[in-house]
Design a protein around this ligand. Structure first.
Ligand SMILES: [Zn+2]
Length: 218
């Protein structure tokens, strides 16, 4: 074991001891059940840790992360996580969170080849191509941030049209899907005004959210 890996165990022991000192019974309380209200679907990027950014503790947010926070219609990994969160945990809010400066989005924008992940990034290129006129109309230096936001908006739609969400809303379950973007440069979350609470609301919110990505950069 390298000394840096050993450090992780040292930090872990210190953290667990501190938690137990400050909040006696914290961990034994977690044994019973997790009851998070939130599900976070974010990028795997090490600079975007869900709990720290939102001040949430263990037990408070159910997390799924992958390269560039993509929700593919047939991705059993993401869909299983969403299903468990909605049907079993009964989360009330699902947030799809992109981040400015996302390497996956940059690669998609510029068509850079990075290997096997090109096939995954292709989903973001689909987003780029769908919004090509909008992106081309922006100054080149504004396109990456715009594509980060457009990708979030599209992935929110992908969550919303999944059978999990369609069925949950048909049953009257109260669960909302949000689109956010995180600034690695300032640590702040931006709400992209794509908060969907029913199947009927998807289309009008989608059009308004896409329009505001463009309007904000003109
Ligand atoms: Zn990223």
């Amino acid at each position: 074991m390298t000394s840096s890996i050993q450090d992780l165990f040292t930090h872990n022991r210190a953290w667990a001891a501190q938690m137990e000192r400050e909040r006696p019974g914290f961990f034994t309380g977690l044994i019973k059940q997790q009851t998070p209200k939130y599900m976070w679907i974010g990028c795997s990027d090490s600079r975007v840790p869900a709990n720290q950014i939102t001040g949430l503790e263990p037990g408070e947010v159910f997390v799924h992360r992958n390269v560039a926070n993509v929700v593919v219609h047939s991705d059993l990994n993401a869909l299983s996580a969403i299903q468990y969160a909605v049907e079993m945990l009964k989360v009330e809010d699902i947030m799809v969170v992109g981040h400015y400066g996302c390497g996956g989005v940059m690669a998609a924008l510029h068509g850079a080849r990075i290997g096997l992940a090109d096939n995954w990034i292709r989903h973001i290129q689909d987003v780029r191509d769908r919004h090509r006129p909008v992106l081309d109309a922006l100054a080149p230096e504004k396109r990456a941030d715009a594509l980060v936001e457009l990708n979030v908006i599209e992935q929110v739609v992908n969550v919303c049209v999944s059978t999990v969400m369609v069925d949950a809303w048909a049953k009257g379950q109260k669960v909302r899907v949000h689109g956010w973007a995180f600034g690695v440069h300032d640590g702040l979350l931006q709400d992209l005004k794509m908060t969907v609470a029913s199947t009927d609301a998807i289309e009008p919110l989608y059009r308004a959210a896409v329009a505001s990505v463009v309007a904000a950069r003109r």
